[in-house]
Ligand binder design. Structure first.
Ligand code: NAD
Length: 343
């Protein structure tokens, strides 16, 4: 299994393989970059088909965290951890404590947090072994759920994109089509509704969809119909890789801005969107709000104010993309690398 020549290697500073016989732990921690600060990134627990698949995932995700934290303006680097295990079958307090000891052995260079397969309760167990855990329930009882913060960041991003692409200073009367009204999508819908936008919503969970549509006086459409919705903005808040050739050709919206990770099915889709005159808001910039919440040393109001900074970053990013005739996705990568000293 090549590491230094792995396609996703991108000069990771440190990659740690950890195991614990008693608990069955098999884990990898990847630290991509610590130029801006400790490498923060969630812990994914997943029954990877192979060690190669686990390595590829952790490298790709950890690199992504460097970009996200840099453009969010956080004093943090990028890292990620994976445990090769089935979270429903193999997760035990012993396994999590062994993981905590592995995190602790890095002396704070890596800070862990919740991700798919790991929960807030799991983080509490890990915290028995290490202080390097982000996004724990606060002393005031506030939950570690990042989605309200993520949604607020997407809302600020969307305001910037709409200003830039449509020249509209506010969102009153704007039509927004939201794909997925789960944790982030529902919060985003409420912000948009409060700002006077009109909403078209979809979700595969029909009950959640109908509920929210009634609450916000929104139109509910079947999942496939969301791409054809007569809307100014398309907000993907469900799955990754949603922007493929077919969807990009179908979209009627002039702006794409949503919470989903890895929205572009292939990097080439950034240019395809540009060619259609659709402004794409780079996903990892728009959805970075939740990363702020993982810092335990900030208070909620300060965090919300910092998250608003995503709008200012995007104002700069969109202006530069236009000036240089490049896609916002390409400019986002360039700006992030400049910010962690690899420009
Ligand atoms: P979630 O699971 O709570 O919500 C996703 C919603 O999408 C669900 O209601 C689900 O039923 C729906 N859905 C799934 N497939 C669909 C389809 N084909 N068509 C329409 N709806 C569909 O997840 P979330 O926490 O709201 O996150 C949404 C997206 O944002 C994910 O891609 C996630 O990776 C990304 N993200 C979330 C956060 C966060 O703070 N939660 C942070 C960064 C990125």
């Amino acid at each position: 299994m090549p590491v230094f020549h792995h396609p996703e290697f991108d000069h990771h500073q440190q990659i740690v393989f950890g195991s614990d016989e008693a608990s069955g732990l098999r884990a990898i921690i990847a630290i991509h970059d610590t130029f801006r600060g400790p490498a923060l990134g969630g812990l994914r627990i997943f029954p990877y088909a192979s060690e190669e698949a686990a390595l590829t995932d952790v490298l790709r995700l950890s690199r992504g965290m460097s970009y996200k934290s840099a453009l969010a303006g956080l004093p943090l680097g990028g890292g990620k951890a994976v445990i090769i295990a089935d979270p429903r079958r193999d997760k035990s307090p012993e396994l999590l404590r062994a993981m905590g000891r592995l995190v602790e052995s890095l002396g704070g260079r890596y800070v862990t947090a919740e991700d798919s397969g790991s929960s807030e309760a799991d983080m509490q167990v890990i915290a028995e072994e290490t202080a390097h855990v982000g996004g724990l329930r606060q002393a005031d009882g506030e939950s570690g759920d990042p989605s309200p913060f993520t949604a607020w960041g997407v809302f600020c991003a969307l305001r910037s994109a709409v200003r830039h692409a449509l020249g509209r200073p506010d969102l009153a009367g704007l039509r927004v089509a939201i794909q997925g009204v789960g944790h982030v999508g529902a919060h985003l819908a409420r912000h948009l509704h409060a700002a006077g936008a009109r909403l078209v919503l979809t979700d595969v969970d029909r009950e959640a969809l109908v509920h929210l549509a009634e609450e916000l006086d929104a139109e509910a459409v079947p999942p496939e119909a969301i791409f054809d919705a007569e809307a100014d903005v398309f907000a993907p808040c469900a799955l990754g890789a949603v922007l493929d050739e077919g969807v990009v050709a179908r979209l009627r919206a002039r702006v794409v801005c949503g919470a989903a990770n890895n929205q572009l099915a292939t990097p080439a889709m950034a240019e395809r969107l540009m060619a259609r005159g659709i402004l794409y808001t780079p996903d990892y910039v728009a959805n970075a709000g939740g990363v702020w919440q993982r810092r335990d040393d900030y208070h909620r109001t300060a965090v919300m104010a910092h998250i608003e900074g995503i709008g200012a970053t995007l104002d700069e990013l969109f202006a530069r993309a236009e000036r240089e005739g490049r896609s916002p996705a390409a400019i986002a990568d360039a700006m992030a690398r400049e910010r962690f000293g690899r420009g």
